[in-house]
Design a protein around this ligand. Sequence first.
Ligand SMILES: O=c1ccn([C@@H]2O[C@H](COP(=O)(O)O)[C@@H](O)[C@H]2O)c(=O)[nH]1
Length: 274
Amino acid sequence: MTPFGTRLARAIEDRGRFCVGIDPHVGLLHEWGLSDDVASLERFALTVVEAVAPVVGVVKPQSAFYERFGSRGVAVLERVVEESRAAGALVLLDVKRGDIGSTSQAYADAYLDPTSPLACDAITASPFLGFGSLDPMVEACRAHGAGLFVLALTSNKEGPEVQHARDGERTVAGTVLDHLRRLNDGADPVGSFGAVVGATIGETGEDLDTGGPLLVPGFGAQGGTVADLERIFGRAARWALPSSSREVLRAGPDVAALREAALRGNDAVRGLGA
Ligand SMILES: O=c1ccn([C@@H]2O[C@H](COP(=O)(O)O)[C@@H](O)[C@H]2O)c(=O)[nH]1
């Protein structure tokens, strides 16, 4: 199986680095003239898929917005994953899983094993039960050519309390980034083990180049700009995936307008890391 990093490098080359979040917020359902029910969730999410999955490299559905409708919402998520992949986009499911190792194995089976109904190209994971607790997910990525994006420096204002905490010389975030560097060692052109680093984090002094990709939420609605990306990431931005949900989704429900918003985002970040 082709490693995720290789597939991602191709997707960036062919379609660009911009990642569109498919987050059916209740407020957006209403802005689109829809109700807060499963039929509307499906209409919203599949409209976004139709508009953006044929043109962007990566889409990022946020699992919470589907889970809140129970099993019927998860069935919609399954369609989002399947139809996005059929349209040629990689699917990075934002689900931020992490637990003791034996349960991490079940998460790996659920999202990273291609025989699962919810199999994706990559997922987000939380390392805060200890990086080693993610080993089953790491092994599943190696076995199935999937990718893992591990929280390191998140875009929310509460993140630094934990992520900037120090154990001797190293911060918690720095330790996460070191683990990722080890996992990506020797990968060419880029590894399959990414970090989640927000566009809103400001200066941290951390080395963000791990040899793997960087998922960069916080771009757009949370205030992150192209200038922030250039300042925070420098050369490491060559493997960055700036990600935006609400800012693109507000262009809907018109399919052409949504696609235009995604293409605009893609153009804005094309030259990063050059
Ligand atoms: O540090 C993080 C990690 C994940 N997210 C997720 O990204 C999107 C952001 O949505 P916007 O509408 O573009 O603000 C959302 O799904 C978050 O859960 C993040 O924002 N920050």
